[in-house]
Design a protein around this ligand. Structure first.
Ligand SMILES: C[S@@+](CC[C@H](N)C(=O)[O-])C[C@H]1O[C@@H](n2cnc3c(N)ncnc32)[C@H](O)[C@@H]1O
Ligand SMILES: Nc1nc2[nH]cc(C(=O)O)c2c(=O)[nH]1
Ligand code: SF4
Ligand SMILES: [Mg+2]
Length: 254
């Protein structure tokens, strides 16, 4: 039987991605948040879920936006997960979002769930750090949309940060080749270096658009954000860069 180590399932609006192609910002989604991550971004807002061994239960919304949850023990059964997703289907669901933690760490279970959701008529949106291109390859042909983070040096996500960025680019290449609508997301901080932004933009040129997302809570200055944007646009082209904010946090929804 297929098992998944999950954190939560809920129904909301996609709050990130801005207006770039590949973004599903503002669309209704059912979010499936996987537990466990192999990176340690210093500003991660899902920190309580990145050590999977500490996530004994997953929770699911009883009804959308009620704030009422029920809890089940991990690992979850695929059948229960599908039942919960279908119960949360409000009839206006654009796509199912797989996030985390890092969903691609449980690639076999993720692939089974994504395949099942396609069979049930849903589109798949993958939110990933992209650091595992070999895993990405296994789900590329059942993914409709993907947001792949490029981890900035200031995130201090991993020891070999440059290698991580190159793997993220490789994941984007694999997704694009499979026909996925993919964009890259860069979370920027007041420590983000312009020379690094130039490097990411060179790597992404001709490959995917870039959403620049200020780290929350926002402390980067507007002047700095403008500099980062301009440097990226000079290399990627004016139409291939945009801002993204975590709008769900302003709405106070999940
Ligand atoms: C929690 S991560 C899970 C998916 C995957 N592990 C990743 O990092 O892409 C979901 C998204 O939230 C973003 N994020 C997490 N914490 C953030 C923060 N404090 N400010 C802005 N974006 C944040 C991540 O960069 C990522 O794009
Ligand atoms: N509404 C909403 N939009 C989101 N976009 C990315 C999210 C994530 O944590 O992956 C997220 C999330 O947790 N909630
Ligand atoms: S990769 Fe994603 S889940 Fe993992 S620590 Fe970074 S932001 Fe959090
Ligand atoms: Mg989030």
């Amino acid at each position: 039987m297929v098992k998944l180590v999950l954190a939560e399932i809920f129904n909301s609006w996609q709050g990130e991605g801005g207006s770039l192609p590949g973004s599903t910002f503002g669309r209704r989604q059912i979010f499936v948040r996987f537990a466990g991550c192999d990176l340690r971004c210093k500003w991660c807002d899902s920190r309580e879920y990145i050590d999977a061994s500490g996530v004994s239960h997953w929770r699911y919304e009883v009804e959308p936006f009620t704030g009422k949850f029920e809890y089940r023990q991990n690992p979850a059964n695929l059948e229960d997960v599908i039942k919960v997703i279908l119960h949360l289907d409000t009839g206006d669901i654009h796509s199912i979002s797989y996030t985390g933690g890092e969903p691609t760490l449980q690639i076999q279970a993720l692939k089974t769930l994504m395949t099942k959701m396609k069979e049930l008529g849903f589109d798949n949106f993958l939110e990933t750090h992209g650091g595992l291109p070999e895993a990405i390859r296994k789900v590329a042909n059942i993914t409709d949309y993907a947001s792949v983070d490029i981890k900035d040096e200031s995130a201090k996500a991993a020891k070999n940060w440059r290698d991580l960025v190159l793997r993220e680019i490789e994941s984007i290449r694999i997704l694009k080749k499979a026909g996925v609508e993919v964009y890259a997301k860069l979370v920027v901080t007041n420590e983000t270096k312009l020379e690094n932004v130039r490097w990411y933009a060179e790597l992404l040129k001709g490959l995917a658009p870039l959403a620049i997302q200020p780290k929350e809570p926002i402390d980067i200055s507007i002047a700095r954000l403008m500099d980062i944007y301009r440097v990226a646009a000079e290399i990627l082209g004016k139409k291939n860069v945009g801002l993204s904010f975590q709008v769900h946090k302003y709405l106070n929804v999940l």
